[in-house]
Design a protein around this ligand. Structure first.
Ligand SMILES: [Fe+2]
Ligand SMILES: [Fe+2]
Length: 276
């Protein structure tokens, strides 16, 4: 089976999908017109992931995020970009991005959702939280979980998301019950809505986040004694379980014709605490 064939099968699986063009779901490197030797699924095809793919003799990599340091693959040109491109070419690796389809988005956000958001759906499945979902189950962002302490909840996230650690903001004496994945909190107009969401949640798990909106709100709410904690694991870590879950559903598409493996892009963050 050619890589291009497999890409077509995956696109069909995502139907109905309404899009003017391919949006972000593009070939980001390499030649899709070659036989597929194996599939690697990852949230982000970093250089390390590409090296591991080569070691495993898998030449098709599905990445959720862009890989050349732009929102789309703008023409970035520096020594690292050149090295990464050369690495893909010389090792016959083909990278394709499954982003817009994974999120079940049309133009780019359909007025009416027809498909699950498979990043958040997969995250729910990997956490085993189906019974705790509140509200939209096609894009589950809200959960009501059995009550636990703020620090036990931190430990749970570190374990489930395979993290090196977590940045915690807020009241660590809180009891966690209502959990909200807030997605990006980037300091723009959307943040008014994010603050409204933050009012209702005990635990807030953002992607990217700025300090001056939701973070500061949590700091002050906690100072007032409110039950509120922000768990900052970062954007890629937060979406990674959705891609891990892709290994489950892609089996129906690949039909065991080639091996499929998930590679964790890895928690980029390393922590050094203050010296005692
Ligand atoms: Fe993302
Ligand atoms: Fe995403």
């Amino acid at each position: 089976m050619k890589i291009s064939e497999l890409i077509e099968r995956i696109k069909q699986w995502h139907e109905p999908y309404v899009a003017k063009d391919e949006g972000r779901d593009l070939i980001l490197g390499g030649n899709p017109d070659q036989q597929c030797t194996g599939v690697i699924i990852t949230v982000c095809a970093t250089l390390e992931v590409l090296k591991k793919a080569k070691e495993k003799n898998c030449n098709f990599i599905i990445t959720h995020e862009s890989i050349l340091y732009g929102a789309k693959e703008e023409d970035m040109d520096n020594d690292v970009v050149q090295y990464k491109k050369r690495f893909m070419e010389e090792n016959g690796l083909c990278v394709w991005r499954d982003h817009d389809r994974m999120h079940g988005n049309g133009l780019p956000f359909q007025p009416e959702r027809k498909r699950n958001d498979y990043i958040f759906y997969g995250l729910m499945k990997e956490l085993g939280w189906e019974e705790y979902v509140e509200g939209d189950s096609m894009k589950p962002l809200w959960y009501k979980i059995p009550k636990m302490s703020a620090l036990d909840f931190a430990d749970l996230l570190i374990e489930k998301f395979h993290l090196n650690g977590l940045r915690l903001v807020g009241n660590l004496d809180s009891t966690i019950e209502t959990v909200w994945f807030s997605e990006h909190v980037q300091g723009g107009k959307m943040d008014k809505g994010k603050l409204k969401g933050g009012l209702k949640a005990d635990a807030i798990i953002p992607f990217e986040i700025v300090d001056f909106t939701l973070t500061q709100y949590v700091v002050d709410a906690a100072e007032m004694g409110q039950n509120k904690v922000l768990y900052e694991m970062g954007h890629f870590n937060a979406e990674e379980l959705g891609m891990r879950y892709m290994c489950t559903w892609i089996q129906d598409i690949v039909k065991q014709e080639v091996p499929v493996e998930f590679i964790q892009a890895g928690d980029f963050f390393q922590y050094r605490g203050k010296k005692a």
